[in-house]
Design a protein around this ligand. Structure first.
Ligand SMILES: [Zn+2]
Length: 159
């Protein structure tokens, strides 16, 4: 049975009202990516970075999957072979459209991770720099997203 591999990016969520990153007027024209999407930026000012991703998370929670997300979920359901959906998006609109298995190569807004021990858990709506890790207790929690200069997640090596 044939496999279908699909790669989606920011464009598919733009229709749901989530801004694309690179376009004029996109998110990166309003923020300096060096400050909000790099390990060095997080080390300098974790509260700024958490504020940025708390706003992204609120936007994503307010957005709804669109016809393209729903069509891909239908394809996964109806295709007799395997459908592998890889997304660069950190929102959860594919899942909320009903897609069962989504590979988030750039991580997930709705996830949190610990920079000290590598634990992963579901992010609260509002993350703060002082939040302790539920595993090791260190105040090193960060959004579970892949920043510039970091390696994309590889589903061959589950986190
Ligand atoms: Zn930890």
């Amino acid at each position: 049975m044939k496999k279908i591999v699909i790669l989606t990016g920011a464009g598919i969520s733009a229709e749901s009202g989530l801004g694309t990153f690179r376009d004029a007027g996109g998110i990166w024209s309003q923020y300096d990516l060096e400050n909000v999407a790099t390990p060095a930026g997080f080390a300098r000012n974790p509260s700024l970075v958490h504020g940025f991703y708390n706003a992204r998370r609120a936007n994503a929670l307010a957005a709804r999957p669109n016809a393209a997300h729903r069509a891909l979920a239908r394809l996964e359901r109806d295709w007799p072979g395997e459908v592998i959906l890889v997304t660069q998006n950190i929102d959860d609109l594919h899942e909320r459209a009903g897609h069962a298995r989504v590979i988030h190569m750039h991580g997930e807004l709705m996830g949190a991770t610990c920079a000290a021990c590598g634990a992963h858990w579901e992010a609260p709506r509002e993350m703060r720099a002082a939040d302790p890790c539920p595993e090791c207790g260190e105040p090193k929690t960060r959004p579970d997203v892949v920043w510039f200069g970091e390696m994309p997640y590889d589903p061959q090596f589950p986190k």
